[in-house]
Ligand binder design. Structure first.
Ligand SMILES: *[C@@H]1O[C@H](CO)[C@@H](O)[C@H](O)[C@H]1NC(C)=O
Ligand SMILES: *[C@@H]1O[C@H](CO)[C@@H](O)[C@H](O)[C@H]1NC(C)=O
Length: 446
């Protein structure tokens, strides 16, 4: 009896003195919950937690599963990686810390207990990498002739794989014209606010495609990144003239105007009938107002009209790709000077609404017809356009006038006469229909 008591006491004392020792197989160490997998952005800190019950005298170790590299045993860090450390609270919570995770840290981490056989559980460390452009495979600014095709590329790396979208900096839509297939000769035109994909291909490029494009790469890991790529579309100057014939009485002020489109920017100037370039003076004011990167409104104001001012005035535009000019005829009308202001129609604002369809010269011609179909014969005293204008006084020496080279034909050409014909023709057909209608009605009544 006393013998048994002594043994029991001995056991009890041993348990009290060595509570952590490997005593009694009844309480084998166990994991009390699995290790959470971690997804950590590159450069941030990661912590795996291994929860253990009844550790007893056993030890907890951390091993990187793929390399078999021992990270730590109990409270001691074994690996030489200075970014690895361990911590614990009592014997149940064991932490492995990795500071500023790097790509090579990714993988399975194993928490082991040195029982026999060994017990272990693993947790996966995934590293997220914010997007980054591959400079070699990402486009820079491009310069292209009108009608050509460009392919812009933005190749982005990152984990998970980034998605690339394109948009225009000015918020306008992007026009994608799919190449015609063998069967279907037509271009499929698609207008999108945003285009998805690493490559943006624009075919049959038009001046309206000109501008800054942004490619934006995102993969859910901040920060998202973007790159700005500008497309410069080059074309020879083109001139639109809203009023080719301008009538005004003596003694009044009159404004003549031409709209120029050119890229690169053109040199713009006015020339008199005698071939002399007009510069700003007390009698003449020369203005050039930028409407967009490639559109300029040229205004020539002649003050206090004198007899010798009547005649033709030519606006001309010249860039590296060509030159064009256009003549406006200023003639005298009788009567007292009219002082009311006639508003100049905002040509470009109108155009902007259907800019999506302008490409190729055929389309442009159509557009012009539309512009010309407005009354282009007589304007009385033209009001002075609102200013805020930047005057430009070119200093170039002028050659004699040259036949126009752009798509503009001679001012007295087909276009104006065409449009002059359209209106009466419509009137005639409407009257004709009315007469037929009335005749039929009369017959019915009889
Ligand atoms: C961790 O990820 C592995 C592999 O994707 C999966 O099998 C395991 O169940 C995950 N563990 C937890 C705790 O979610
Ligand atoms: C109109 O254009 C046609 C062909 O483009 C040409 O043959 C004709 O002479 C032109 N008419 C005028 C009035 O310029």
């Amino acid at each position: 009896m006393a013998e048994r008591e002594r043994v029991l006491w001995g056991l009890l004392i041993a348990l009290l003195i060595y509570p952590n020792d490997n005593f009694g197989g009844a309480f084998q160490p166990e994991f009390s919950s699995p290790i959470s997998n971690l997804t950590i952005p590159l450069g941030r800190d990661a912590t795996f937690t291994c929860l253990v019950e009844h550790l007893g005298g056993y030890r907890v170790g951390w091993v990187k599963a793929d390399t078999k590299a021992i990270q730590a045993i109990h409270d001691h860090v074994i690996t030489h990686n200075p970014r690895v450390s361990v911590s614990r609270s009592d014997h149940s919570t064991w932490n492995l810390h990795i500071k500023g995770v790097q790509l090579e840290d990714a993988g399975l981490y194993m928490c082991q207990i040195n029982t026999d056989p060994m017990k272990s559980q693993t947790g996966l460390l995934s590293i997220e990498v914010p997007p980054d452009f591959d400079a070699e495979e990402t486009s820079g600014d491009v310069m292209i002739g009108e009608g050509g095709q460009v392919k812009l590329t933005c190749r982005a790396k990152g984990v998970p794989e980034p998605k690339v979208t394109w948009k225009r900096e000015d918020g306008k839509n992007i026009i994608i014209r799919d190449s015609p297939s063998i069967h279907d000769k037509k271009f499929k035109v698609m207008t999108v606010g945003e285009y998805r994909g690493e490559e943006l291909r624009i075919t049959k490029i038009s001046r309206n495609d000109m501008g800054a494009y942004l490619c934006i790469a995102t993969n859910g890991v901040p920060p998202a990144i973007s790159k700005r790529i500008t497309i410069n579309v080059h074309f020879a100057p083109v001139i639109h003239v809203p009023n080719q014939l301008v009538g005004a009485p003596l003694g009044t002020d009159v404004a003549l105007e031409c709209f120029v489109e050119a890229s690169p920017k053109s040199i713009n100037y006015w020339v008199t009938e005698k071939g002399e370039m007009i510069i700003s003076s007390a009698h003449h004011e020369v203005q050039a107002i930028s409407k967009s990167t490639f559109q300029i409104r040229m205004i020539l104001t002649i003050r206090n009209l004198q007899e010798q001012d009547f005649g033709s005035y030519t606006c001309a535009a010249k860039n590296s790709l060509g030159e064009v000019d256009f003549s406006i005829r200023l003639y005298k009308i009788l009567g007292p000077a009219r002082t009311q202001n006639v508003l100049v129609p905002p040509y470009y604002d109108q155009e902007e609404e259907n800019e999506d369809v302008i490409f190729g010269s055929a389309e442009l011609e159509k557009m012009e017809n539309k512009a010309y179909s407005s009354d282009n014969t007589v304007q009385g005293h033209l009001g002075l356009p609102s200013s805020g204008a930047s005057s430009s006084t070119p200093t170039m020496k002028i050659n004699r006038r040259r036949p126009p080279t752009g798509i503009i034909t001679s001012p007295s050409g087909n276009r104006s006469s065409n449009s002059a014909l359209t209106q009466p023709f419509r009137c005639h057909s409407i009257s004709l229909m009315l007469i037929i209608f009335i005749t039929i009605t009369c017959f019915r009544l009889l």
